[in-house]
Design a protein around this ligand. Structure first.
Ligand code: PLP
Length: 413
């Protein structure tokens, strides 16, 4: 009998595998307690109780009150309800600010508002590793700025923002501060009070929970106009029958992720650092984003540019070899437009096109890293053999990148 194909799932920034405990917690809400939470009979009450408990669990994990947390279907929906809900509530404030490295579900909402003539928007300056410059916020903020929205942990290059000082600047000008926290809950501490945010978006499927559940934190006294009309679920902010099994799964997964964070994230990071070290031995590779494995980067995130080849071609080759990664951002990985995050931190179009993102989770192993290294070397060799444009030597910039990486590692050891 032939050996089963070896595979390595290194695309946890896109979605994660459901933990068995999470599935177990969800099953009763498919099988037995399948009532509509709005119904007044026992099955409805059981479902309603499950949602109340899930709300309490997630709210306490993020330092919020239960009544400040609203369930949605995903982080995209949370971002839309937050930003569009603010705009509809405050038609007189005509200016908004975002960073240039937001997820499409923030960036495109704001671009749509501007296109429809509702607001003007500005993008903040970021440095070459994606950190927002607070001075740029001070310069751009106006008295009619409605909101500032800055992603907590960037999904592509892993940059973690220091949100509190940015939120304080927004508040000094009467603006609301929103953050997309889809990538951070369960990976690094997320406490809405400490971060100083008024609105924060979350989802379940990035932390080993099911797809179909998200949440929006809305600080007390922050007013949003709802986007959909219907029944009074989620205090009227998000009408529609709740996805009870997914909400229960979300709360269970979030509880486990936060409980185990200090143990499993350093382990995932160690594997990520090792993967980076081994891949940086390939010529003409550059690191995108802050120090790999460092405190300013999401644990498990590695983003590399393989110069002189296309990321999509590397991705296809890796897929064939059983290694699952993404090129550019997940949601735009089916388009050939270069990632706005990578061009936003100053990469040339061809460098952005050559980028691959490896994202590791608590479930990855040494075997996964070995397979990824083996298959990446093979893919890069094969693809570079087909191009005539590779200089003989590493450029100064690439050698510097590799040297800096090793120096930082040695300093730490
Ligand atoms: C930072 C960030 N925000 C929002 C989203 C969208 O999340 P969802 O798939 O739950 O809509 C993602 C998913 O890729 C993300 O990484």
């Amino acid at each position: 009998m032939s050996e089963p194909k070896r595979t390595a799932y290194l695309d946890n920034g896109d979605s994660t595998q459901l933990l068995p405990e999470v599935l177990e917690a969800m099953m009763p809400y498919f099988r037995e307690s399948y009532g509509n939470p709005a119904s007044l009979h026992q099955l409805g009450l059981d479902a309603e109780t499950a949602i109340d408990e899930a709300r309490q669990t997630i709210a306490s994990l993020i330092g919020a009150r239960s009544r400040e947390l609203f369930f949605t279907s995903c982080a995209t929906e949370s971002n839309n309800i937050a930003l569009e809900g603010l705009r509809r509530m405050n038609p007189d404030r005509k200016h908004v600010i975002i960073s240039p490295i937001e997820h499409a579900s923030v960036r495109n909402v704001v671009r749509r508002m501007a296109k429809d003539g509702h607001v003007e928007y500005d993008e903040l300056a970021v440095d070459g590793e994606g950190r927002v410059d607070p001075d740029s916020l001070r310069e751009l903020i106006r008295d009619d700025t409605l909101f500032v929205s800055i992603i907590h942990g960037n999904n592509e290059i892993g940059t973690i923002q220091d949100l509190r000082p940015l939120a304080e600047i927004a508040h000094e000008h009467g603006a609301v501060f929103h953050s997309d926290c889809a990538q951070t809950l369960g990976k690094i501490p997320v406490n809405v009070k400490q971060l100083g945010v008024d609105l924060a978006s979350f989802n379940s499927h990035k932390l080993h929970g099911p797809k179909g559940a998200g949440a929006l934190f809305v600080k007390r006294r922050t007013k949003l106009r709802r986007l959909f009309e219907g029944s009074p679920q989620e205090s009227g902010l998000r009408p529609g029958t709740e996805n009870v099994p997914a909400i229960v799964g979300f709360a269970t997964a979030a509880e486990i992720a936060v409980r185990d964070m200090d143990e499993v994230m350093p382990a995932a990071n160690e594997l990520t650092v090792q993967l980076a070290q081994r891949l940086l031995e390939i010529p003409h590779v550059r690191v995108n984003g802050p120090e790999i494995g460092g405190p300013e980067r999401l644990p498990g995130n590695l983003n590399l540019t393989f110069k002189y080849i296309e990321g999509e071609a590397v991705l296809m080759s890796l897929n064939y070899g059983g290694v699952y990664v993404s090129s550019g951002s997940a949601c735009s990985s089916k388009s050939l437009v270069p990632s706005h995050v990578l061009t936003g931190i100053g990469l040339l179009h061809e460098e952005a096109h050559g980028s691959i993102r490896y994202t590791l989770s608590r479930l990855n192993t040494q075997e996964d890293v070995d397979l990824a290294v083996e298959q990446t070397n093979a893919a890069v060799d094969r693809l570079r053999a087909m191009t005539a444009f590779i200089p003989e030597q590493h450029s100064e910039r690439e050698s510097d990148d590799a040297k800096t990486f090793y120096r930082k590692r040695e300093d730490k050891l």
